[in-house]
Design a protein around this ligand. Structure first.
Ligand SMILES: C[S@@+](CC[C@H](N)C(=O)[O-])C[C@H]1O[C@@H](n2cnc3c(N)ncnc32)[C@H](O)[C@@H]1O
Length: 273
């Protein structure tokens, strides 16, 4: 039974039409959206959700979309007294707090897929590392060395706590600061550069191209209007050539819709020279 069905007869039919079916669960926290038109039912909605999903202990309402440099949304707590939780995916544990640092469980399959690409021994940069879901997924299964860069100090605090929750094969070093300041000053070049922040990645492609080894891979993400998805490979290739690098596009993927006619896309770029 979903929330809308569970509320049948408890709130007027005209209000029920405004209920969003989808909500996100991170650990024992449910994140719901309550449109203004039915704000008066928000507590009933939160309580009903807890009776439907016994594992939910905290319900927070998203009152504004992710914004700003840190990409954090605005929330109000409806049930519970904390906003942090332990989230599990692909055999790892992450300390998350959506009110302090960006995290989405929706990319767990992409993170698993990414891990499958990585080989033991790789030296990797993860730009825009957030609370560490990509680095921790990879280092759990691969004996790699990862430098993870993230500007939000609340995110790197959670990330550091998660390192203690996982037994990893690989090594992770966390840097708190701006990719623009940190990455160009790293002395070595890397086998792989992850750019898991579709809004920011295009602006940072030049830095990634400078720090990747010949033959190395850039895992690039971008938001793409659906009609433009077919042209994405040639667009990324042209961007790289304008920045002075010959590349081969190994793969592209649609990682899910993020709005009307807009995708989150992944592109695996191999740098040839
Ligand atoms: C959309 S979030 C993605 C976080 C993480 N990769 C994930 O998938 O959960 C983008 C992240 O990039 C960080 N960020 C934005 N600009 C940055 C910069 N110039 N240098 C380092 N991190 C940055 C934000 O603080 C945010 O945590």
């Amino acid at each position: 039974m979903n929330l809308k069905e569970a509320l049948e007869g408890k709130i007027p039919q005209k209000d029920a039409e405004h209920i969003y079916r989808a909500f996100e669960i991170i650990g024992d926290i449910a994140i719901i959206q309550v449109p203004k038109e039915i704000e008066q039912h928000k507590m009933l909605m939160a309580e009903t959700l807890c009776t439907l999903h016994k594992n939910i202990k905290v319900v927070i309402r998203k009152i504004d979309e992710v914004s700003g440099k840190y990409r954090v949304g605005k929330y109000e707590i409806l049930i519970g007294e904390r906003t942090d939780t332990i989230y599990k995916e692909n055999g790892i544990r992450l300390k998350a707090d959506p009110t302090k640092a960006y995290f989405s469980s929706r990319m767990s399959t992409e993170r698993e897929r990414m891990t499958e690409q990585v080989k033991d021994g790789e030296k990797i940069i993860c730009m825009f590392a957030g609370i560490g879901p990509y680095p921790i997924n990879i280092a759990k299964k691969r004996d790699v060395s990862i430098k993870a860069v993230e500007i939000n100090p609340e995110a790197t605090k959670l990330f550091a706590e998660s390192l203690k929750l996982n037994k990893l094969k690989g090594n992770i070093e966390i840097f708190t600061g701006d990719v623009k300041d940190i990455v160009p000053n790293l002395p070595e070049n890397f086998d792989r550069i992850l750019m898991p922040a579709p809004k920011d990645a295009p602006e940072f492609l030049e830095i990634a191209l400078q720090k990747v080894k010949k033959g190395g891979i850039i895992n690039y993400y971008a938001f793409v209007p659906s009609e433009y998805f077919a042209d994405l490979e040639s667009d990324v290739k042209n961007k790289c050539e304008k920045l002075g690098k010959k590349v081969k596009i190994l793969a592209k993927r649609n990682c899910g819709n993020i709005g009307i006619c807009q995708f989150r896309a992944a592109v695996d770029i191999q740098v040839l020279d």
